[in-house]
Design a protein around this ligand. Structure first.
Ligand SMILES: NC(=O)c1ccc[n+]([C@@H]2O[C@H](COP(=O)([O-])OP(=O)(O)OC[C@H]3O[C@@H](n4cnc5c(N)ncnc54)[C@H](O)[C@@H]3O)[C@@H](O)[C@H]2O)c1
Length: 260
C-alpha cells in the first residue's frame, strides 16, 4: 500500500461542488476513496461527480442542506445503508459574510450560525455514532485563519470559524478512546469562487486590482490554491497522520505568523 492511499475508504465531503471542497473530492477519489458529495447546489455537485467518474474514480452526489438536521440524518443513513461504513468526514461547506458587530443583522448572524456552525454539528452528530460503532474514523473540519487572528469586517464569520475550531477540539477529546481523529484546517485566502464572488459583489469593475491587493495580504505574495488545501486534508485523513488529533493547521502563506 502506498502512502496516502485511500483505496476502499468511504469519504463524505460537504460542499463538494465548488472550490476547496471540489478539490478535496477530486484528490480523495484519485487516491482511491469512494466519495459522497453532500451539496446544496445539486448541479455543481453533479459536475464534480462527472469529473471524478471521467478520471476513473467513484463518486455519488446527495443533494443536502447541511443546516437541516433531518436532511443530514437521512442522507447519512442512506450512505451508511449503501456502504456499511463511513471512514472519513470532511466538514467543508461554509459561507462568507462581511460586517462588523454594528452592521451584522440578527438574520445575518442566524444564517451564518445555521450553515457554518450548526451544519458542522449536524454532520458530526450523524456520523460520529457510526464511526464509533465501526471502531474509528478521521474527521477534518474547515475553519479559517479568522478563528485565530482578528480579521477586519468579519464579525459573524470569525465567530463561526472559532466555533469550528472548538468543536474540533471537543470531538477530538471525547472520542479519543473510539479511535476517531478530529482535526481542522485554517486556510488563509484561497482562490476559489468564494473569493471571486466576494470581489464581484463588493468591488465591481475593480476585481483585478483588488485581487492583487488581496494576494499581497499573504506574506508569501499570493493566494493559496484549492489543491494545496486538499493535499493537507488528504494527509490528515490518511493513515500517515495516525498520531495527529485535536490539532488546527493554518495553511496561509505566513498570514498568521509573519504579518507584522
Ligand atoms: N476560499 C477561502 O479563501 C477560504 C479561506 C478560509 C476558509 N475557507 C472555508 O473553506 C470552505 C470552502 O470554501 P470555498 O472557498 O471552497 O467556498 P465555495 O463557495 O467555493 O464553496 C462552498 C460550497 O459549499 C456549498 N454550500 C454552501 N452552503 C451549503 C449548505 N447549507 N449545505 C450544503 N452545501 C452548502 C456551496 O454550494 C459551495 O459548493 C468554507 O467553509 C470556507 O469558510 C475558505
Amino acid at each position: 500500500m502506498h502512502t496516502f492511499d485511500l483505496t476502499s475508504k468511504i469519504a463524505v465531503i460537504t460542499g463538494g461542488g465548488s472550490g476547496i471542497g471540489k478539490s478535496i473530492c477530486e484528490v480523495f477519489a484519485r487516491q482511491g476513496a469512494s466519495v459522497y458529495i453532500l451539496e446544496l447546489n445539486e448541479q455543481t455537485g453533479l459536475e464534480t461527480k462527472k469529473a471524478i467518474e471521467e478520471s476513473g474514480g467513484h463518486a455519488s452526489i446527495m443533494a443536502c442542506d447541511v443546516s437541516n438536521q433531518s436532511q443530514v440524518a437521512s442522507v447519512i443513513q442512506a450512505i451508511h445503508q449503501d456502504t456499511g461504513r463511513i471512514d472519513i468526514l470532511i466538514n467543508n461547506a461554509g459561507v462568507a459574510h462581511i460586517g462588523t458587530v454594528e452592521t451584522t443583522t440578527e438574520e445575518d448572524l442566524d444564517r451564518i450560525y445555521r450553515i457554518n456552525i450548526k451544519g458542522v454539528y449536524n454532520c458530526l452528530h450523524a456520523v460520529v455514532p457510526l464511526m464509533k460503532q465501526q471502531g474509528g474514523g478521521a474527521i477534518v473540519n474547515m475553519a479559517s485563519v479568522a478563528a485565530m487572528v482578528g480579521i477586519a469586517d468579519r464579525f459573524a464569520y470569525s465567530m463561526s470559524k472559532g466555533a469550528v475550531l472548538t468543536m474540533t477540539l471537543s470531538v477530538a477529546k471525547d472520542y479519543l478512546q473510539h479511535n476517531i481523529r478530529c482535526n481542522c484546517i485554517s486556510p488563509g485566502r484561497v482562490h476559489t469562487p468564494f473569493v471571486d464572488g466576494f470581489l464581484k459583489k463588493n468591488y465591481p469593475g475593480k476585481e483585478q486590482e483588488m485581487f492583487e491587493k488581496l494576494s499581497k495580504t499573504q506574506p508569501i505574495g499570493r493566494m493559496g490554491n484549492p489543491e494545496e488545501i486538499a493535499l493537507l486534508a488528504l494527509y490528515l485523513c490518511s493513515d500517515a497522520a495516525g498520531f495527529i488529533t485535536g490539532t488546527n493547521y493554518p495553511i496561509d502563506g505566513g498570514f498568521v505568523t509573519l504579518n507584522s
